[in-house]
Structure formats: structure tokens, C-alpha cells
Ligand binder design. Sequence first.
Ligand code: ADP
Ligand code: ZN
Ligand code: ZN
Length: 736
Amino acid sequence: MAEELVDILVPIPLLEKFSYLPPKNSKYPIKQGSRVLIPFGNRTLVGVIWGKRLQGSADKRKYKRIKEVLDAVPLLSSNAMNLAEWSSRYYHYPLGEIITYFFPPSLRKGNEASFRQSKYIEITSKGEFINEDLLSNAPVQRKLITILKEKKEISLKSLTAFEISPSAVTGLEDKGYIRRFSRELSPYKKLESKQQSKPHKLNEQQSLAVAAINKGQNKNATFLIDGITGSGKTEVYLQAVQEIVAQGKQALILIPEIGLAPQAEERFRDYFGDRVMSFHSAKNDREKVDAWLGASKGLIDVIIGTRSSVFLPMKDLGIIVVDEEHDLSFKQMDKFRYSARDMALYRAKLEKVPVVLASATPSLETLKNVDEGKYELLKLSQRATGAKLPSFSAIDLRGKVLNEGISSDLIEATESELTQGNQVLIFLNRRGYASSLICKTCGWISNCDRCDALMTVHKNPLKLHCHHCESQKNYPEQCVSCGSDDFLTYGYGTERIEEFLRKSFPEYKILRIDSDSTRKKDSMDNYLHEIKKGEPMILLGTQLLAKGHHFPNVTLVGILDADSGLFSADFRGSERVAQLMTQVSGRAGRDKKPGRVVLQSYCPDHPQIEEIISGSYEKFAKKLLEDRKASKVPPFAFQAKLYAESPKSLVSRDFIRGLLKKTPLSENLRKDIRMVGPLPALMEKKSGVYRWELSIFSKSRSKLHKSLDILQSKLYDPKTTKQVRWSIDVDPLSSN
Ligand code: ADP
Ligand code: ZN
Ligand code: ZN
């Protein structure tokens, strides 16, 4: 007799699915998207049912049986499964591993998909009619019965407040007077979502934008809100989301940084009350499961989350917003190298909902799609509060004497703003104290042993850190090479600038905000709270401060090192610098007071610095697009990379060479793709391994993927050497 075979996705790095026989006496039905426990080698793994088919009885013995189906109702919808399948093909990554991204950790482990269970006791009918005198020699039991007669039920937790011991509970339970039960505690109440604060009256451009998005409801359309910093982009998508939520649908808001979550959550809560939830890596598993369940059961209207939220199940998704769509954080840089923005676009296509991308500095990919009419452009060209864009000027550092990297012009400007009661933002995209340590006697320099990089000096505590491999060393008391103790701390980081600013402005508060100072939970929150108070102070920080924050009292932004990143070897370098500079500058003058931006530069007449000073990202982006077109690189060609890393440089190189040799691509494919490499990565040695890469470009997406398919099949060949770790990166955004 033919029996059904069930195809299961297993979370292991192999491309195939595995087939199993159905369990003997299953509690739950075999359904696509449900989790199962399966024997796998000598382990038991949690897999996901992908499909079933009939199989002749002859080979039945070849298969093992599913141990157990874990879910009464499938946890993955067919849309989720389609999204997973698409991304596996697109990113050339094993489907079984991708599936794990769809679950919070405990669901991955096979735990029950339910809200927190709380234990209760209730009175039985036997207990209702008990003669309390029977309990006269058990006063605590008697007390509990009296309480339960009145309240009917009570949670076990609250019994201590009544001074009732567990033994009293067991005593009554044994006599059958009371009974225990558990109840699921959903943190979400199905309230009417009521608007708490009055929405802003929109200006004309904002109204047009909201109207356009509303017209795109219930179908797949992509919008770009391209608005200068502070132009009210958030307000536009808030009001568009309101329409969607009013119809009982849900919104998924993707933001790049966990640091932006509190601000966004607060703003959404103002509009939508409690049915708003954020989802990011700082949440514990319980909170993640709650948000996951809340979204999938439709108990939450709005989910605000970072990259991985794009996988969250939504009962009735109505819109996806990707705020700061240009941001690199949307791309995962290891393992499954997906772009959350691009996944959002595909998901919206599957679920037939609109996507809103928003940015003051849209990516070149997105701008090209707008040019080609694929996305609808919604332009906001004025600041919503009526404030003007900040004015820009450069401080020419040539020939100037600097104090710890700061010119006297910038110090004076800072002082002047502070005395007027304003806040000043000083930007330096380098954390730590100094970029390196040099022995003045013999020239020894603080190289990292594991990377082609210098170790940064950190003062608090005093150590050397490598920012590339995270290794740390004690600060040397003597030079390891000549024994001298005369060191030079070379270059500036935020810690050093902080030290200098504290000396120069002792009477003002100075907040240093970088990934070191915000490591603790809630610290970013506390800083933002401090800034919001509006007192005059200096905010000193890295790109963490540049993104999306609204600081109404900042009137001056000082960029200490505008030249960093000007001479990047990566063709995407100029785009990044322009975006970062525009974003930082956008923190100035966002409210009533006008703002200005000062850039310190040794090459103020470099075309890129000139463009930034002219204040037009749009013009700059146009020019960059022309350059990219001329050199036939993305977004005018599709790109993928193959990385190989191993403890020996030549092994990595030869791995790629060998792969190319044994992978004959047809003439037809060859003529439409361009291969560059294998070349060493920009930082060849990192964390003790040597990295080489092969770049493939093509004008045809399908040809690019076809060649990747062919290469990939050889990569999984068991004969391929195990000495090399390899990965595929589709639409790479930076060097590995
Ligand atoms: P963006 O997202 O473009 O940076 P926001 O939506 O955060 O801009 O708006 C910037 C500031 O302007 C916020 O304080 C916001 O409350 C305010 N704002 C937005 N739209 C309006 C409006 N139509 N009228 C008055 N203030 C507005
Ligand atoms: Zn020395
Ligand atoms: Zn290192």
C-alpha cells in the first residue's frame, strides 16, 4: 500500500529537503508549515513540514518516522513559505536554515507557541457547598475556601499576599474542594485602538503623499517618500498607517537601528495606544514570543522592528514601511546575507500590500527604480516645522594648529551656541581614544596579530582593542620591541575628544554616544531622554547619533573629519559618505532655531566636500548614478560575490580558482557575465583568516543567478575541500 511521505525542512546547511514517514498516532494533523520533531542522525531536531507526496510501499523501510507534530495549527503561512523559498533561491542559501529566521529562539527549539501560562486555582462545586466548620482545625485551608467562595478563582502567585501556604492548597486539592488550572496571559488587550494625540495638520506635500499611499491600499505598489531631514516623512507614514489600522489591518515598520526603536515606539503609541510593539535583538525570548504571537493572532496593530522583523507573521498585513531605506543595517553581513528592504518588497508583492520606503538620502538602487517609473515618488522639500535646512561651511584645516583635532573656529562656534542655550552635536565616526599606539623610540606600532589592521587605544579601561576582530590586549607598559616607555597615541577617537571637551567646557554636560557607551540596556534611552530636556550640552558621537533622531535644540553640527572616507577603494564609498554627512547635518536646526553645519577638512575643494556643502544630496546622487552607469556597476548591473576564507592566503585564492576551473559555464552564460577576481578582500587578513573574493556582474539577473546556481552546486560537492569557509553574497553592499 502506498503511504504518504512528508518532506521536512531541517535546519542544517544543506540544500536538500528530507523525507519522513508520518508519525504513528499523531496528536495533530500533518500540515504544511507545522513544526515536527524528527530523528536526524543520532539527534532529534525540530523541522518544518514542507509538503507531502505518495510513495510506493516498496521503499518504505528507507525512511524514518516523524516523532511528533508539534503544532495544532501551522505556524507558517503559505505566504511565509513562499517568501522563504524565494529568498533561498535569490540569496543562494539553504532553505532549512532560512526557516529558522521565521521563529524566535524558543519556537525554534520546539517550545509550545503560546503566551505565558499563569497557574490559578478555582473552587469546585464540592468546595462551594462545604461546611466550613469541617475545616475548623485547618484555619489556613478555611481562610482559602472563604477567599475562593468570594473570588471564585485566584492566581497561585497572589496567595503569598494572603499568607496562604502551598500545603493548604494541596490539602484542599486532595479533598477535591479546589482545582488547579492554567491560563494564557496575553499581554495585548483587544481594545478599540484609540488615538491619543491629535495628528498634525499636514502641509500640502504631506497631504498629497498620504493620499497617494491611501490610493495604493490593497494592492502592491511601492512608494518612495524622498524628503529632506525633518520634512515630516514619519508623520506621513504614520497617517497612512492610521488608515490601514482603521480597517483592522496591521502595519510593519522596519527601522535600521535598535536605538531608534524607543523614539518610534513612543510616537506610534501616541497615535495608536497600546497595540504597538517593538521587536529587536534586545528583547528577551519571552518578549519576542509574545510579539510574534501578538502579530500572528492580530492582537497588535503596529510592529516596529529592526531587520529580522521582516520575517514576523502578521494576521492581516496592510502595509510595510522601510524607514531610512538606504541604511546598510538592513543588510545582514554574514551567514544568510539578505536585505530586509528587498525582502520587504518581495513580501509585499506576495501579500499584495503597498510598501513605503522613506529616506532623506535614498539609495542609488531606489532612485533608479523611481527614474524607471517602478516606484512612485513622493517628494517633501520643506521642513515640516517651517524650519530652514541648515547652512553649511567648511573649515580649511591646512596650516591650522589644532587642539586634539579640533580647530579654534569650531571651539568658538561651539561656545557661542552653548552660551545661547543651544545644543551642539560633534560628529566623529571613530570610537575609542586613539586610532593606534606608536613607540616613539623604535617605531613599533599596535598592529593586530589577527587582522591587517591597527589596534585602537581605549582609556576606560586602558586597553588596546581591535575593532575588526574584537580581540583585546593590555596596554603595554613598555614597548615589546625596544623596551622604551615613550609612546605616542596617534589619531583621535570619541573618548579622546570627550576628554578634551570636558576640559574646555567644564560647566556643560557632555554626552558621548557610541557603541561603547550604549552597550548597557536602556542607556541609549537614557541619553535620548537627557537630550530631550533641552539644556545646553554637547552631544559627541558616531553614526549612532546621525540616524533619524529628532533633536530640536541642536543648532550646530561639527563634523571633525569630513575627509574620512573620501578616498575609498569601494565604488560604493562616495554614496555612503554623502548619505552619512547629509544625515548628520540633518540633525541641526530641526525646530524653531536655525541650524548650521561646519565641516573640518584638509581638502575643502574636493568635489565631494563641495557637493556636501552645496547641501544637495539629490544633485550628488544624480552624478553618482551617471558614474555607475558609465562603469557598468550596480544599480546598472547586478552583482554577486563569492567569498572564500581560510588560515592560508593561497588556499583561499586557489579554492576560487579551482572552483572556476571545474565549473564550466556555457558560452552563452559567459558572454553575459563579467567575473572579477579572485582578488584579496580589502582587508585580506581578518580574525586570523585570509579572505579572497570573486565578483560576478551581469546585466541580466537571470544569467547571474544561473551562474551562481552552477557554482553553488559545486560548492556543496562533498569532494570540495573543507579547509575553506565560503559564502555567497547577492547584492553585496560592502566588502566582506
Ligand atoms: P522626518 O521623518 O522627515 O525626519 P518628522 O515626521 O519626524 O520628519 O517631522 C519632523 C518634526 O516636524 C517632528 O517634530 C514632527 O512632529 C513635526 N511635524 C511633522 N509634520 C508636521 C506638520 N504637518 N505640522 C507641524 N509639525 C509637523
Ligand atoms: Zn619601541
Ligand atoms: Zn583584529
